[in-house]
Design a protein around this ligand. Structure first.
Ligand code: GLN
Length: 479
């Protein structure tokens, strides 16, 4: 096996015993990118020697990491895969980047994504789609599809993504890797270009649960620069990596196994439940009664916040600026309109219009305010279940990776593919996706585990136990 197919913790072991050097690891990743990225297109920018300084005292973690194109890195073009941000080079590092630099990380490149993280397939990128390494006629999921494809395709050892409604977990499931959305506030959002500020979280995309625990340990923690980051101590997450789920009670929400779920996904999740039962976990059917309102609620709250966050792209401060040939209204208004029309793609425009509508006077109470109320009910559903259960288990997505183009002209069916992931964002709770098998066509399937706020350790414990008793996390795509 090539070194770039190993996990970060395996590579750190080799580096420690001098069986490999950080340079060799980086080179093997760059070779893979050269050989396959023309076709996979996980990256929009590749750097060849950007290495963090490391910190005196702590052992460095010189692991090649891929960064989603919405996380600011000083001097590195960061565009959210939107024409409107072309040429924007942030003058500062996101807090997660500052922490990674301190850890000695090796920055491989910037990964492809749906424009402003609007989407579930990475097709809404101004740079064109990413392809799923397991089947290049299919999408990698989205919006962090580039990061998931890079890790699955051995073009990075691990990666950062962002998750507003499933954008880490769903691509992780489609690409057969691990993806974690931390508790809201666990990781600083400073320097993450905002989509929906009350839902966004940065998190790890890795080859196994151990790596997810390691990477979360590096990026988590309170930050003076993000008032919504939580002042909660960061535990040593690796201590939660135990092969033992005895005494844990896990809920299975009955609303998640109804129509629309692919029978092969259902079967893989049922098999995962059996594995964890044999390991000593207790299962119980539970109810999350407001699940049927989750998609509508999310697409009201998320688009409202997005329309407001995207108001800043006016051609004055960042990226693109356009002026029409002839004057229409006034030079300034013309410039705003021309820039926004040329700069935003169709999905971004759709979301700006939806969000502006639900925030407008006369509709605010009926849509946005009602959305916030239902959001509270959805959160209460989880609170109720977590009074008696330690965790909840569901599929990550209702289907496996779909074909490129299959849902591109049908936004509603694309939105429906988020049905299992968005409730965690609306409730602020942590959730992880781990590989749990393959369909007959050889496409990866993801298992989602959810827990109480700041109970990432429960996710790691269950995910690790599951890995120790199944082969899925060891399957590598051959490219
Ligand atoms: N697919 C969802 C959407 O399109 C989630 C995106 C995300 O988490 N960034 O909004």
């Amino acid at each position: 096996m090539n070194i770039n197919q190993l996990t970060a913790h395996e590579i750190l072991g080799l580096i420690e015993t001098k069986k490999a050097s950080p340079r060799e690891v980086h080179d093997s990743v760059l070779r893979q990118i050269q050989a396959t990225d023309k076709e996979v297109h996980a990256y929009v920018r590749v750097h060849d020697a950007a290495v963090g300084a490391g910190e005196a005292g702590a052992p460095p973690v010189p692991i090649p990491v891929a960064i989603k194109d919405n996380i600011c890195v000083t001097g590195v073009e960061t565009t959210c895969c939107s024409r409107i941000l072309k040429g924007f080079k942030p003058p500062y590092d996101a807090t997660v980047i500052r922490k990674l630099k301190k850890s000695g990380a090796v920055f491989v490149g910037t990964t492809n994504m749906d424009e402003f993280a609007f989407g579930s397939s990475t097709e809404n990128s101004c740079y064109g789609p990413t392809r799923n390494p397991w089947d290049r006629s299919r999408v990698p999921g989205g919006s962090s599809g580039g990061s998931a494809a890079a890790v699955a395709g051995h073009e990075a050892i691990w990666a950062l993504g962002s998750d507003t409604g499933g954008s880490i977990r769903q691509p992780a499931a489609f690409c057969g890797v691990v993806g974690l959305k931390p508790t809201y506030g666990r990781v600083s959002r400073y320097g993450l270009i905002a989509f929906a500020s009350s839902l966004d979280q940065i998190g790890p995309i890795t080859k196994d649960v151990t790596d997810a625990a390691l990477l979360l340990g590096i990026i988590a923690g309170y930050d003076d620069y993000d008032s919504t980051s939580a002042d909660v101590p960061v535990p040593d997450y690796t201590k939660a990596l135990v092969n033992d789920v005895k005494g844990l009670k896990i809920g299975i929400p009955k609303e998640y196994f109804v129509e629309g779920i692919d029978p092969q996904v259902k079967q893989a999740v049922a098999a995962a439940i059996d594995v964890l039962k044999k390991c000593g976990a207790a299962f119980e059917e539970v109810s999350l009664p407001h699940t049927e309102y989750a998609i509508a609620t999310y697409y009201i709250v998320a688009t409202a916040e997005a329309s407001s966050n995207l108001a800043r792209y006016d051609g004055v401060r960042y990226g693109l600026r356009r002026q029409p040939k002839e004057e229409r209204k006034s030079p300034l208004i013309d410039m705003y309109e021309e820039t926004r029309d040329a700069g935003f793609g169709n999905e971004a425009k759709r979301r700006i219009m939806l969000g502006t509508y639900s925030l407008s006077s006369g509709y605010y109470d009926d849509y946005y305010l009602k959305g916030l109320k239902v959001r509270t009910l959805i959160k209460q559903d989880f609170d109720n279940v977590f009074r008696k259960c330690d965790a909840i288990l569901t599929p990550t997505a209702p289907t496996t990776a779909f074909k490129i183009g299959e849902k591109a002209d049908d936004p509603l069916s694309m939105y429906l593919s988020d049905v299992y992931t968005i409730s965690a964002n609306l409730s602020g709770i942590p959730a992880i996706s781990v590989p749990c098998g393959f369909s007959q066509e050889g496409l990866p399937i993801g298992l989602q585990i959810l827990a109480k706020p700041f109970a990432e350790e429960t996710l790691f414990r269950i995910g690790y136990t599951y890995e120790q008793n199944t082969p899925w996390h060891k399957k590598r795509v051959s490219l």
